[in-house]
Design a protein around this ligand. Sequence first.
Ligand code: NDP
Ligand code: HSE
Length: 430
Amino acid sequence: MPAPSSALRIALLGCGVVGTQVVRLLTEQAEDLAARVGAPLELVGVAVRDVDAPRDEVVPRALLTTDAADLVTRADIVVELMGGIEPARGLLLRAIEHGASVVTANKALLAQHGPELYQAADAAGVDVYFEAAVAGAIPLVRPLRESLAGDRVRRVLGIVNGTTNYILDEMTTKGLAFDDVLRTAQELGYAEADPTADVEGHDAAAKAAIIASLAFHTRVTLDDVACEGITKVSADDVAWATATGHVIKLLAIAELTDDGVAVRVHPSLVPATHPLATVGGAFNAVFVEAEAAGELMFYGRGAGGAPTASAVVGDVVSVARHRVLGGKGPDESRYADLPLAAADSAVTRYQIRVLVDDRPGVLARVAGVVAERDVSIAAMRQQGETADGGARLVLTTHSAPEAALAATVEAVRALDVVKEVTSVLRVEGA
Ligand code: NDP
Ligand code: HSE
């Protein structure tokens, strides 16, 4: 084995759920990591908000500091695990300015300010690596950036938020209501005390922006993602999904359309036979469709301290190797610079549930307004009557542009024979 070079200095920003497990891996695997990198990795400081807070014994108290701005100037590799936009953004720019490579799991930061960080890193000749920012432990950034670099990705369809998958799975398998499962998810530590980013789809949207940028070599930011969360998914929706051979999943979808790159996050009806339908609990899975490779599926733990730390330390090893051997990893690839498609140009299918008057001619009236919008009906069935003389209709469309489908829903709602549109869900993966 070649004689090890001098140690590479690692600075950690944040020592919470993920940071603590990164310290554990860096400590417990130190010898192996040194052999893999060709130089020892030396933890030189850990920036936190409160140095006196109780911590796992694996964290060396002498390395704790509240002076993150100083710490980033004393490291070869800065690992950001604080979360949030500031001070994380400023600290990473400062680290890069001082010649450090950076590793982060912060999807919110990358989805908003990634281009600024990549540009600064290119100018400084250092790396920005972020495998853990999308789907935790699952290798996805590297496959999209490197393994599939010889192919053309057409579509990526993923369950990239564990909290919402847990909630929807519990609603499906136990017939529970959203609010009740959310409370349990918080008690179990899956959902944050403020679960907004998860349940409103913002966390998945940030990951979708990162995935789309990598898959289509085009800059996509959070603002470019059409986003709808799961707060309106009712126990009744879930029961109907089961009755029609589907499960409801919060999907992040990034695809090439005739109008360019379309990126969206929304609850979707997925056929029970689709591989994504079987992804249970807080697990993540991402389905990639590429021209030559065909369909690929990546599955695993999308969150949690140890799984996420695995991806973070993998990145640390990669950027450390670059520093030992010289050179750097791939720059941001945005050469394709494709147009971003308007949210309502995405092509999808709708399942629309309505309460109607139960009298002759109603089905024909509903079918008529659908046809007028050039939307084709795949199935329409009456699913029982209500006590007040109404009937429940379930209408599933063929694929059509989102704009035409949304206009169809409004036209159905406006019919005098329609008492209520009770639910509208997109059907994906069929
Ligand atoms: P935690 O909230 O558990 O930990 C955050 C850490 O950052 C704490 O140690 C905190 O200090 C420190 N910190 C926060 N703000 C500051 C500040 N202004 N100055 C100094 N230190 C600060 O977060 P997680 O470990 O859960 O998440 C870290 C990152 O990893 C986030 O970007 C998250 O999105 C991402 N991620 C998390 C996953 C998970 O499963 N948890 C999965 C995938 C990605 P103190 O300890 O003193 O409070
Ligand atoms: N809150 C996220 C989830 C984990 O539930 O998947 C970090 O990305």
